[in-house]
Structure formats: structure tokens, C-alpha cells
Design a protein around this ligand. Sequence first.
Ligand code: NAG
Ligand code: NAG
Length: 455
Amino acid sequence: MLGCRPWNLSLVTVIIITFSNMLFTMLLLQSEDCGPSYVAPADDAGEPSVLTEKPPAVRTPAPAQSCDPRDYQQPSESSILRMDVRVGRWDARRLYKMFDSVVIGSEFPALSSSYSVSIATQSSVEKLYSLVQVAHQWTGPISVAVFTPGDESFFVFQRYLAYLRKCYAPIRERVTFSVAIPKDRPVFDQPQVIELTGDEDCLKPEATLNTFLVGVSKELATWKNRNVYPQNHLRNLARKNCQTEYVFLTDVDIIPSPNQANLLDEFLKSSQCEKCAYVIPTYEIDTRVRFPQNKTELVRIANKGLARPFHQKVFIHNQYATNFTRWSLDVLPGYGGNVDVVRSGKVYVSHEVNNFEFFYEPFYVARDTAPEHDERFMGYGYTRNTQVYEMFVAGHEFLVLTPIFTGHWGLQTKKGRPAWREKQNSMNRKLFDGFKKEVFARYNRDPLKMMKNQN
Ligand SMILES: *[C@@H]1O[C@H](CO)[C@@H](O)[C@H](O)[C@H]1NC(C)=O
Ligand SMILES: *[C@@H]1O[C@H](CO)[C@@H](O)[C@H](O)[C@H]1NC(C)=O
């Protein structure tokens, strides 16, 4: 009797192990997600939704080739940046060193071949938390360029990246990161394996970033106030790391409407236009409401004063030529005929921009053969609109799409601009004189009569 026991025990153990193995295999095969994934809370309409408090709602379907359990890697290993800080690609003036695709989203290559459009965006380390909602809303590939001046900034970036990739499957899968480092504030410490403590809260991306930034030296803040943020370098870096034919260039806090990647992809695949810029209207949204789920809801909250065209109160020319009145017509009851199309969500051209003006600065989708962002413009003012201007001179048509849109959290009002911003703006205004002559020489066209307005 006694002698039989060990044999019985091991038989039972073998049986238990076999069955649990089968069970786990089945679970793994069925699970939609491989890693420790971010689970979105139920969306409670009517309740104030503030990004810092409430994580973004997830309503986007997972991409078809979502996940293979074998792809999952430990966050610490997968997040180590593939770069040597000593070896980068200099910009034309040797002011910044670029590092292309230093972390590649696990699905980024596959998504880049199935979708025809990527989001390209850029960010400082301090604003990276906005990416969480963008990546949940946009199911296609995303290329992000991050500015990391110096070792401190570079370290916070690595640590926050480890957190983002651990907490959020959409970031781990869809987002590819590139890095830019200034010559004046180089990075010396090579990328390292980051150990997270494990008590970081996956529901609070902004608060978590702020805890990571505690203790960063005052001197870094001073440096940042005295030096320009190279927006256009970063835009080009993000753009050129996209692998799709079309690129949707945004700022990191510009959030696409639900299912936009699929709807836009369908539209673009049937579009033949070589020189079209497809404008996607941008609204700023009161932080007390939830992100609108469709155009009907957006127009409804806009009519209540809880959303309005981006920059309407700060600088109306920014988006004015889009004509939001016109854009809103197709969801109004009684307006001829498109209500059913809008309900289906299918993307179509609402109207053409016919009153283009110099300060027009829409977010648009175009083939990435469009002119690059001129890197002489750094800091604030004349960075994005000069590229849009060159597109216009080069003969691109600007067509406004519906019913997709983008949103920016917070109604913005014209408060005092910091002095440094004004200074950068006037510096860029001077540089524009040279730029417009070059653009005129390049295309031999002057549709906005900019050459006549000399002096
Ligand atoms: C905007 O569209 C409306 C409706 O079509 C039109 O009446 C108005 O003139 C347009 N505004 C501009 C500035 O083009
Ligand atoms: C838009 O969203 C609202 C709220 O989620 C929903 O009730 C409505 O049916 C949607 N409308 C369309 C046209 O999809």
C-alpha cells in the first residue's frame, strides 16, 4: 500500500499537468490579445470625461492579424531601443541627429502592407501620454518622432516607453518610434533595459508620466525655454519612417474619430488622385464631454457650445478655409440626401476648399511624395502652414472629407502668448521671405500673390 503511493501521486500529477496544458493552450488560442493588455472601462455617457482621470474609450476593432502569442516578449526586452547614441543621421545643418525606427511595433510591418495610410506624428517626451488615446482610436500603423534633448530626457523617454508598451497593446503593436537628439544637448548613455517597479497605473497615462518627470532638473526646463523645438525636423522624421503610400500627419494631441483608419483606407484605395490633399476637419472638444463617437454626435455637441473648430478663438485663419458650416450640412435633418451615407460611416468628399488663404493649416492626408516640411523653420510659427502653402503652390487640390474628423481636448482661448513664442514667430516670419522666393522659383507660380506683397 505504502509503496504504491508515490506512483499514484505522480500519475495524478501527470494527468493534472496534461489537462492544464490543454486548457492553457485552448485559452491562448482563443485569447484576442497576447500581452498584459489594457482593458477599457465601460463608456459612461453623460459623465464628464477628462483625459487625466479617465482612460480613453476603446471602440476600435482589433486588426485582423491581431496577435500571435509567440510574439509576446517581456516588456523590458522588447522596449530596449535599437540604436547606438553615437551613430545617427544628421540633418542638413548638423543641428540634430536622427535615429530611425528604434522601436518597431510588433504589427507595424504587417499593418503597413495591409493599410494604405499611416499616422505620422511628433512629440516631446512631456506630451507623449496623448499617444495612448490616438493608438486606441487608430487601428493602422503609427510612426512617432520623439525629441529627447540630453540624458535625462532620453532616460524618461525609455522608461515611459516601457510603461506604454507594457500597458497598452495598441501601442506595443501599432507604433514605431524614432528619436531626434540635438547637437547642443547630446545623449551619452546608451539605451538600457528598463525595469518598471510594477505599481505603475495603466489607467493613468498622464499622471504616470508626471511621476516619471519628478526630479528632472530645472536646468533642462531652462534649456528648453531657450532653445527651439524642431517641429519640422520631427515631422519629416515621422513621415519618412511611414511605410505606406499615404500619410496623415498630425500633432500628437490630435485624436482621430473611431474606425477612421479603416474608413479612410477604403476611401483611399478607390482614389486615383495624384495631387490631392484630403482635409480631415479638426474640432476642439470640451473636456467635460466624452469623445464624440460619430459626426452626428460631434455636430450636436458643437451646437451646444461643447465643441468648435480648432483654433477658432485663438487664430481663426488656422482652419477657416475648411468651412465648417458647409461641412456640418450633411448631418442636418432636412438637408438633401446624405444622411444615410453619413450613417454608414463611408468616407466621401464633402466639398473642395475654394478660399485657400496663407495661414490655412489643416490636418490632411496625402501621398507622401508631397513636399517635405522645410527645416529652416524651427520652433513656433510658419512651420506647418509653410508646407501647406507649398502644396498649394505646387498645385495640390484640398478636398474636405466627411464624416470622419479629429478632435483636440480642451476649448482654447486666446491667453497671453509667452514671449519666447512671439520671438520664434517673428524669426520665422523673416525666414519666410527667402522661402517664398524659393517656392516661386521652384514652381514658377504665385497663386496667392505673395511675390507682389514684397515690402
Ligand atoms: C461656407 O459654406 C456655406 C454653405 O455652403 C456658404 O454659404 C458660405 O459662403 C461658405 N463660406 C465661405 C467662407 O466660403
Ligand atoms: C452616433 O452616435 C450616437 C451616440 O453614440 C448614436 O446614438 C447614433 O445612432 C450614432 N449615429 C450615427 C449616424 O451613426
